[in-house]
Design a protein around this ligand. Structure first.
Ligand SMILES: C[S@@+](CC[C@H](N)C(=O)[O-])C[C@H]1O[C@@H](n2cnc3c(N)ncnc32)[C@H](O)[C@@H]1O
Length: 496
């Protein structure tokens, strides 16, 4: 028996947490995991690890309070609450036309602020009665569920909650605010593990709206993908999915349309699911996770390899040009890309046009085509290529970026801004949409927005992939783009 866990036991503990709870802990957390293992194992790590491998939810739940982040508050991301109340809920109420209640799931509900916010928003904003909405809320952490059941909240939990609603739905009791019974009884709480595929719960098409915010960001990529597949299956066709601000389905699922209203993003399930496994991300775009450096409040940044890397892969697959063959008759992507880099867009397009038929609809080829067309001023054709690409891969950040450039060039600044935002949301590591959105905001006389986007662009440019800069940088090098950001920030009074 060993009081202190060995490195192998800590690694085994981490793997068990990943497979049983879905939660991912990187190397920097191993010391904390070792302490937790020592605490729970009570001197016999081997026996505890064996017990954990087959533990029930109740047994696993004992670990949850120490492993999970439980930060939440009422009306968190109020834009999403508005989109829920003004778009998703009315659409679902109308679809059921009174035949049954709208079924809503809050997965990873913590101490209840999220599902109770949805209950209040339903009653307040959409004129929906108590019986028209059925809310289920689940969490793995029993301590949080006990707080939810008590429904006593602090001022801090209600910091972003409108005062008039506080008066209507809460009563004061000492330092606490107690939620009204008529909202409390709208939500049914369950102690449940989102990483558990229990078919009795995840029944096909059993929910109309699912909120799963700031939960998947702590999952391993494999568990995240499995959870998204379950969610997609459990949502009715046309049902809505809300993720946290820094979470995207890019590289995870092809079963959803992206929605962008109320200044926020969310998803709508497609009528038909792709055959399982629903979506296998190409190796080069498989998500991997690292601490949030740009968006700040989350531990998630989808660091997704960019499309130009995929172009490399494709280029490597394309048959090499025979040395004796003239360039024009030996199309390959490396050459097309080289022409793009030297700003000879007509030659790039020639190379693409000469590709074998089976490559013509490849997402990477379409992106290269869209970039070349937009750079050569053929805006309508560039937009058409982007739409063709989005029909294949609705979550293509590159397509949204090129569309934004075209929209801006054509004078549609609102459309441009919306597509820059979509590109940044879908790939938070993508520097160019931040830069262009910052420049656009400055031209529009919105200095705060300009400062924010340009500062983010400067951070991202430092580590932006070189191949992606060549593809999207419009002929400018990293240093030049960074100098531009600094100059703009200085002009905005934000840079020494
Ligand atoms: C940061 S809170 C998010 C709360 C709320 N969704 C929001 O965005 O304000 C994350 C919650 O997910 C829960 N959670 C983490 N892993 C889980 C799992 N495997 N199954 C169910 N809930 C889980 C945690 O216990 C925690 O309460």
């Amino acid at each position: 028996m060993n009081a202190q866990p060995s490195a192998r036991e800590v690694a085994q503990f981490r793997d068990l947490i990943a497979t049983r709870l879905g939660l991912h802990f990187d190397e920097s957390k191993l010391v904390n995991l070792a302490k937790l293992l020592a605490l729970h194992a009570k001197g016999d790590c081997g026996a505890f690890l064996t017990y954990l491998a087959d533990a029930t939810l109740a047994q696993l739940a004992a670990l949850a309070p120490e492993l999970t982040v439980t930060e939440t508050f009422f009306f968190r991301y109020v834009d999403q609450i508005n989109a829920f109340a003004e778009v998703a809920l009315p659409a679902c109420v109308q679809a059921h036309d009174g035949a049954r209640a709208v079924r809503i799931l809050s997965a990873g509900c913590a101490s209840g602020e999220e599902p109770f916010s949805l209950a209040i928003a339903s009653r307040e904003r959409a004129g929906v009665t108590e019986s028209q909405v059925e809310l289920t809320a689940l969490d793995i952490n029993p301590v949080m569920l006990a707080k939810a059941a008590r429904a006593h909240y602090t001022h801090w939990s209600l910091r972003d909650f409108p005062p008039e609603l506080k008066q209507r739905w809460f009563r004061s009791e000492g330092d606490s605010f107690v939620l009204s019974d008529s909202i409390r009884r709208m939500v049914r709480f369950e102690n449940r593990n989102l990483a558990d595929s229990d078919p009795a719960f995840w029944q096909l098409e059993s929910f109309d709206i699912i909120f799963c915010r700031n939960v998947l960001m702590y999952f391993t990529p494999q568990q995240m993908q499995a959870a998204v597949e379950r969610i997609a299956g459990a949502l009715a066709p046309g049902g809505y999915l809300f993720l946290g601000h820094a979470e995207t389905l890019r590289g995870l699922s092809n079963d959803f349309h992206l929605c962008h209203t109320h200044g926020t993003f969310y998803y709508r399930r497609k009528p038909h699911l792709s055959a399982p496994p629903s979506y296998t991300p190409p190796a080069a775009v498989a998500p991997h996770w690292r601490p949030g450096e740009v968006l700040g409040d989350t531990g998630w940044i989808a660091a997704i390899a960019d499309a130009s890397q995929r172009i490399d892969v494709l280029a490597a697959r394309a048959p090499p040009a025979a040395s004796s063959a003239p360039a024009a008759s030996a199309p390959d992507l490396q050459r097309a890309r080289a022409y793009l880099h030297s700003e000879r867009y007509d030659r790039t397009l020639e190379q693409i046009g000469a590709l074998a038929f089976e490559h013509a609809g490849d997402p990477d080829v379409l992106l290269l085509k869209a970039v070349s067309l937009s750079q050569s001023g053929a805006l309508a054709a560039a937009e058409a290529a982007c739409h063709q690409l989005l029909a294949l891969d609705e979550l293509s950040a590159g397509a949204h970026y090129v569309l934004a450039l075209c929209r801006e060039e054509g004078g549609d600044t609102a459309g441009a801004f919306s597509h820059y935002q979509s590109a940044s949301y879908l790939d938070p590591e993508f520097a160019m949409p931040r830069l262009q959105a910052g420049l656009l905001a400055r031209r529009q006389g919105r200095p705060d927005a300009a400062r924010h986007d340009l500062a983010q662009a400067l951070l991202l440019l430092k580590r932006e992939d070189a191949a992606r800069l060549l593809l999207f940088g419009g002929g400018f090098k990293r240093e030049a783009l960074m100098a531009l950001c600094r100059a703009e920030l200085t002009a905005l009074g934000d840079y020494p």
